[in-house]
Every structure is written in structure tokens, then in C-alpha cells.
Design a binder for this molecule. Sequence first.
Ligand SMILES: [Zn+2]
Length: 160
Amino acid sequence: MPETSLKEITTEFLPCPECGAFAEGIETCHDRFHELLIFDYQDQGYFAVHHLLVLTFMTQHADALTDEAFHSSRAALSAFAAGKWPDTHVQQQAQTRLENRAQFDGTAQFVRKSSQLRQRIAWTRTVFDVDFSGVSAYVQTVEAWASAVAHDLESATASP
Ligand SMILES: [Zn+2]
């Protein structure tokens, strides 16, 4: 057997350490996320849900986020699920906050808190549920994923 086979097999069967999704083959959630970002920047139709895609992915992969950034992203997703998606300016602000916090403010304390929260959530949808075969399927499945994450977070908070 070639030396690389053990690594490939291990990667294939381990769930994502942050969201628990099982990767397709050796592709990770982060690999898939970056592939989708390429679609976003190549096609305006895909870009229509770019902010929602980033927000949803980062909320599900929140280890590097502070409490403030996590609650901010979570509130934005709840607003989306309630049909009150903020205007573009607010979306961009939320995204900038997320990116800044993820980059500069990640703390051990938050990582511990988010890990506890994550363990209680069995996400109903992940980045692998996004269909990128066409614009309408893409928009529809990104929105469905965002709503599912908002719903899963609410359910996790409601249960003891
Ligand atoms: Zn993941």
C-alpha cells in the first residue's frame, strides 16, 4: 500500500471537527466553501447569496469567533429565517464584523463556549447540501441551509 493511503482513509471517514459534516471523499467543508466562493465571484447570480453563504458557513464553523461575533451572525441568520433579511449595508457590516473578529479576536474562552454549544447541535444541513449545478438551485439551497442553521440554533437553545 502506498504511504498516503492511511491519511486518505482517515480523512474520508472523519467528520468535520467543527460542524460534524462528513466530507465527500477527501474534500473538507473548508475546501467546498472555497469552491463555492469561486462560483460567487464568477457569476452575479451566485453572488446574490454570497453574504448569506459566508454568514452561514462562519456560524457553523465558529471556533475562531468571539461571543459577540457569533451572536451577531446568529441574529442575522434569525432575521433571515424570519423573512427580515437586513438590507445590503447591514449584511456587509455583519460580514465585516465576522471577518475582523475571526481574524483578530479569537479567544480561548470563546472557543470553549462555542465547542460546548456545537456539541449539542446536530446540524440538519451543511455546506455539502449546497447545490451548485445552476443559479436557481444554488440560491435555493444556500437559503435553505441558512434557514436550517437558524432553526437548529434556536432548537439547541430551547432544549436544556
Ligand atoms: Zn464543517
